[in-house]
Write a protein that binds this ligand. Structure first.
Ligand code: ADP
Ligand code: MG
Ligand code: MG
Ligand code: MG
Length: 392
């Protein structure tokens, strides 16, 4: 729905809006807190004091909160986020928050409160292993990506969808922060001086830069499916039973391997941060993510693939091989950028003592480089283990 003019909400404004929209029973006593820990948006939790019922109002700001008003950012990402959540809910309603209301002009999405769950990154850092995480994420990836791709969608309809998810501002952030800046001496980079030599090795590695440029070109051009676009473990709420994927404001039609690769990379950060005896369970998550992805994607293909693809022997295998190869490369890019780029991950940044943190980041940088350069010869998630050992 369109309302009048945009203005950023504050806590009282969020309560007033919830009342106006009659999201709670009349005369309820409401409280509100801004709980956003993200970099870009406001997140208000509005709660009925007596019943405990609550909702989330997420509002985009016209600039990136992390940088300030000097970095303007389109409000249109709120429309993208709402529409991506609704699209994903067509295939996997169990893995996304319910959307109750949205307003393009106010740049808000009002959704289910998931506070009973924990952000997966925080859970995994605490050593809570989230037993169903990879089962659920594998299925989320397979279904959202297959059913928004040319393999599973009428070609004409797919093009109308592509148009609804044109997302140049948010894509530009990824193009710069994931695929460009970390590979050059750019002022957005952020790393400890102890890593200077390792970072310069990356900047001087022409093969690495060539392979990264190829991956960037895929990100720019391969409109394969509606990808989430920011599928790190901070975009996943979970507990031992449930998994919910939030924050799809970077959604656009891109390579399937991009989402898969971000999941791999963010699980690998957690592996690197753990003591060896606790790494196995996360390696298993990586393998299960891929195994479930392959199974569910293949099931969807066998049931619903368009004839133009379904009739071609070997085409499914070709697609899966390419997705995996690209995912390995994209994982490498994500590993490097989260280590030395603008936006870091707590898995690495909270490692103590400092010497171990630096040593782990050095391993991360070699691992990322190897994944990018050797992605064609890495054909199964079991090989991640060898590469971590080899680079450690
Ligand atoms: P950003 O785009 O700014 O990163 P997110 O959508 O990731 O915003 O949300 C930032 C934080 O707000 C999350 O890490 C979480 O703590 C909280 N949050 C977001 N959505 C919900 C929700 N549906 N239920 C409960 N908390 C939420
Ligand atoms: Mg977020
Ligand atoms: Mg967050
Ligand atoms: Mg976000």
């Amino acid at each position: 729905k369109k309302s009048s003019a945009y203005e950023p909400l504050n806590e009282n404004g969020a309560i007033a809006l919830a009342k106006k929209l009659q999201l709670f029973e009349e005369n309820s006593q409401l409280t509100c807190n801004e709980i956003g820990d993200g970099n870009l948006n406001l997140v208000f939790k509005v709660k009925n004091i007596e019943s405990g019922e609550s909702i989330i109002i997420k509002q985009a700001l016209p600039y990136a909160k992390v940088v300030g008003e000097s970095w303007p950012l389109t409000l249109d990402r709120s429309r993208i986020e709402t529409n991506a959540l609704l699209k994903q809910a067509e295939f996997v309603p169990q893995y996304v928050p319910r959307v109750f209301y949205s307003d393009e002009a106010l740049a808000i999405t009002i959704m289910e409160d998931l506070s009973h769950l924990q952000i997966a990154r925080a859970a995994l850092i605490e050593g809570n292993d989230l037993p169903l995480l990879s089962q659920h994420i594998g299925e989320f990836l397979a279904k959202t990506l297959f059913y928004t791709s040319d393999y599973g969608l009428n070609q004409h309809y797919k093009k109308t969808l592509v148009k609804q998810f044109i997302n140049p501002d948010l894509c530009k952030i990824t193009e710069d922060l994931v695929f460009t800046d970390p590979f050059f001496n750019h002022n957005t980079n952020d790393y400890e001086q102890e890593l200077q030599q390792d970072v310069e090795k990356i900047w001087e590695d022409q093969t690495l830069k060539l392979e990264t440029a190829k991956l960037k070109q895929l990100f720019l051009t391969k409109a394969e499916a509606l990808v989430h676009g920011d599928l790190h473990t901070g975009s996943i709420f979970a507990d031992e039973n449930e998994t919910k994927v939030i924050d799809p404001e970077f959604a656009y039609f891109g390579p399937i391997g991009f989402d898969v690769g971000q999941v791999f990379a963010n699980l690998l950060f957690n592996v690197l941060a753990r003591n060896p005896e606790h790494q196995g369970v996360i390696y298993n998550h990586i393998e299960t993510t891929w195994d479930v992805f392959v199974t569910e994607f293949s099931n969807a293909w066998n049931k619903d693939a368009l004839e133009i693809f379904a009739k071609v022997d070997g085409y499914l295998e070709h697609v899966l091989t390419e997705i995996f190869e690209e995912a390995v490369g994209f994982a490498g890019c994500e590993i490097i950028r989260r280590t030395i780029g603008l936006a870091h991950v707590a898995d690495l940044d909270t490692i103590e003592p400092f010497e171990r943190r630096i040593a782990t980041k050095q391993v991360a940088l070699s691992l990322g480089s190897e994944l990018i350069k050797n992605r064609k010869s890495i054909t199964s998630p079991q090989q991640f283990k060898e590469y971590v050992k080899q680079t450690a």
